[in-house]
Design a protein around this ligand. Structure first.
Ligand code: 8ID
Ligand code: ZN
Length: 374
């Protein structure tokens, strides 16, 4: 701890859970315990002097907004003072007792699942996000909206060697949004050439889903509001559908089915809209898969129109998917680090998180916001 003893740890806390209020505070630095590492959210060394210039980043996910404002109306909210965030990229600066890997200086990602037991029956099946002892970054466990984050050494994602420092900020959103959509695509049982619908395509998850789907050889029909058309097209979407451009849902569904020659093989719903789900189940191709990623807000309701008769007659599958496991993380971060996928992001300051949440609520954000934690 000697090298960082004089440092304070600035963090953003939820100051009034149930609302979007946040506050920037200073905390003492915590030493990592056994099996833990202390991660500083990314140091950029500027060549040629190799002078360390601190650049500290965490992505902002819609889930952070939902947790802070209790948009899902869960009975037990996070407590006042919760440090949110779960899309962090950083550098290991201290190893706790017994930690030999990752080593000091390793670049690592901190994910939504902060730690998992790795031995329960879900972990053994690769379903670490359902681990009975999982800790969640930014939800009842300190998250990545802080300059220094204590993390489980065996659960951080070690980044591939050789990623240029100035590309590290763009990898932060891969730690949740990237993993989630990459794993979601795996659930779609897709083959090259297949059509995939991405609903909520201009958001954090959605614009990455377009790119992962394209990298896997699929064709993409992107659905979102008209303002996100350009972002989706730039991300590689073959077709864009303005979700408010139709008077009836049935017209939108017919359009998607016609555009894709009978309907997409899989639909990834990356928005918190119930309507997006009821549309997707209608426009899917026969034997297709609806992959549920976005979590609707307010009172939870079943997917409208998903009658058993429809599911049976068209042999549809509906699957929920929560982030991904360590292997999914390694695979999708590798693809992003090699340039197959690039996050579109804008940097905002720590004291702007409340405004970011409000912008998110109004659907104003293109791609992702990454918080500059300096
Ligand atoms: O593990 C998981 N399943 C997981 C991981 C991370 C995030 C789930 N999520 C959930 C979030 O909690 C949220 O519900 O996925 C959803 C999307 O997260 P995000 O990408 O971080 O949200 P965003 O950046 O706000 O993007 C949402 C997009 O949806 C569009 C918006 O315009 C925006 O571009 N959208 C909306 I709101 N209504 C729509 C509709 N009816 C719509 N797009 C199409 N049709
Ligand atoms: Zn997330």
């Amino acid at each position: 701890m000697d090298a960082i003893q004089d440092k304070v740890n600035k963090a953003i806390i939820y100051s009034e859970p149930g609302t979007s209020a946040t506050e920037v505070i200073e905390l003492p630095l915590e030493a990592p315990g056994p099996g833990q590492v202390l991660v500083r959210m990314h140091v950029l060394r500027i060549p040629p002097f190799q002078h360390p210039k601190e650049m500290l980043y965490s992505g902002v996910c819609h889930t952070d907004y939902s947790i802070c404002t209790n948009a899902w109306k869960v009975p037990v909210m996070v407590a006042k003072g919760q440090i949110g965030g779960h899309e962090g990229i950083g550098e290991v600066v201290v190893c706790g007792p017994g930690v030999s890997h990752p080593t000091i200086g390793s670049k690592v990602g901190v994910k939504y699942i902060a730690s998992a037991c790795l031995s329960c029956r879900y972990c053994l099946l690769g379903m670490e996000s359902n681990c009975v002892a999982a800790k969640l970054s930014g939800s009842f466990h300190p998250g990545t909206f802080q300059q220094y984050c204590v993390a489980a050494a065996n659960y951080v994602t070690v980044l591939p060697e050789g990623v240029p420092d100035d590309e590290l900020a763009g990898l932060a959103p891969i730690m949740c949004a990237g993993i989630t959509v990459y794993t979601g695509l795996k659930h779609g049982n897709l083959r090259p050439g297949d059509w995939v619908a991405v609903s909520g395509a201009g958001g954090g998850l959605g614009h990455l889903a377009i790119q992962y789907a394209k990298a896997l050889g699929c064709r993409v029909v992107a659905l979102d509001v008209a303002e996100k058309n350009l972002l989706c097209t730039d991300a590689g979407a073959d077709e864009f559908v303005d979700v408010f451009g139709f008077t009836q849902d049935t017209d939108l569904c017919r359009h998607v089915r016609e555009t894709t020659g009978g309907g997409p093989r899989a639909a990834l719903v990356c928005s918190s809209s119930n309507t997006a789900y009821s549309q997707a189940i209608q426009y899917l191709d026969t034997t297709g898969t609806l992959v549920c990623l976005g979590i609707p807000e307010g009172q939870q309701v079943p997917i409208q129109g998903a009658s058993v008769a429809l599911l049976v007659s068209r042999q549809l599958r509906i699957i929920g998917s929560k982030v991904g496991n360590r292997l999914d993380a390694n695979e999708c971060v590798y693809m992003a680090a090699r340039g197959a996928v690039k996050c579109h992001y804008q940097l905002r300051k720590m004291n702007e998180l409340t405004q970011v949440f409000n912008d998110m609520e109004e659907g104003k954000i293109l791609g992702r916001v990454v918080i500059d934690l300096r």
